[in-house]
Write a protein of this length. Structure first.
Lengths: 158, 140
């Protein structure tokens, strides 16, 4: 990644959308093509009140978002992207009280599609909570103008 | 035997994350429809605007778990083992619905298929299939 590219935008892209802001996501680091995001542990994001373990949905959102950011980092420019599919393996419950991290790398960047692998962990990246593999469509907004989803149908594009 | 509404409340009503999303569920017998009313904090792409993919994925995952809790009587909540989400259409700023079909529930593992839609059931915005770990059969 060059200094003139997308690097200065990545902190904003980590937390700037309403949903990522509501979840408290933040950019931890960009090392080469590896992007690391953090989701802070919060009581209101727990999936099982008996154990205090974070909901699987938080892991899903974090992996999805970290993976998308890895695409922007690999492209080194901002374009609209959309997840085509996302496969997640849940290897163990996240430890209650610990912040969650996701580390993602785009391992193939095509003209229209990018492929990404990511892992989520709490203490040790070598002992992941979950692993993800995903495909993203590039320039997914295409001809759609801002506000396109506010009217008409959603049949165009992704 | 606990009634279906109580079973559902045990999954969705007690789960802080389901409240964070604003998810609720409607029951018709033992079939459940999850309902996620639109809220600003669910948006991932502010320009279109579109729901965050993580929201749609999470909704379908919770729908699968809630449906399993309804139809499989086990001592604890089902846990996801793996899920695959296909995103079919952009999630618009509208109410989203989801329904799950349990394709197979074995002694320990269940295979579940979920679809999420907005204005038209025939035009789903996403689907999920996944495996879930079931608890031991509950003593009743």
């Amino acid at each position: 990644m060059t200094d003139s590219g997308v690097a200065h935008l990545l902190p904003q892209l980590a937390s700037g959308a309403p949903h990522t802001h509501a979840l408290g996501f933040s950019l931890v680091s960009v090392e080469g093509d590896v992007v690391t995001l953090k989701a802070p542990y919060r009581e209101d994001l727990v999936g099982d009140p008996d154990t205090g373990v974070l909901a699987g949905g938080v892991v899903t959102a974090l992996l999805d978002h970290a993976s998308g950011m890895a695409v922007w980092a690999a492209l080194d420019r901002f374009t609209s992207i959309a997840t085509l599919d996302l496969r997640i393996d849940y290897m163990r419950p996240a430890e209650p009280g610990l912040d969650l991290y996701a580390r993602a790398r785009c391992y193939k960047l095509g003209r229209s599609v990018a492929f990404v692998r990511a892992t989520a962990y709490d203490r040790d990246p070598q002992d992941p909570v979950a692993a993800a593999q995903s495909a993203f469509m590039l320039n997914s907004d295409g001809e759609r103008k801002p506000g396109a989803n506010l009217k008409g149908s959603n049949e165009v594009g992704a | 035997m606990i009634d279906a509404r109580e079973r559902l409340d045990a999954v969705i009503g007690r789960m802080p994350y389901a409240r964070f999303l604003g998810m609720r569920a409607e029951l018709a017998g033992d079939e459940m429809t999850a309902v996620l009313p639109y809220a600003d904090h669910l948006i991932g792409n502010p320009l279109l605007p579109a729901l965050h993919g993580g929201v749609t994925g999470a909704l379908m995952e919770l729908t699968a778990m809630a449906q399993l809790a309804l139809t499989e009587r086990r001592a604890r909540l089902p846990r996801p083992i793996d899920v695959t989400v296909d995103y079919l259409r952009s999630g618009r700023p509208l109410t989203t619905y989801a329904r799950a079909v349990v394709k197979k529930a074995g002694r320990r593992i269940a295979n579940v298929y979920v679809e999420a839609w907005q204005e038209s059931r025939g035009a789903p915005i996403a689907s999920l299939h996944g495996h879930f770990l079931l608890g031991d059969p509950a003593a009743e």
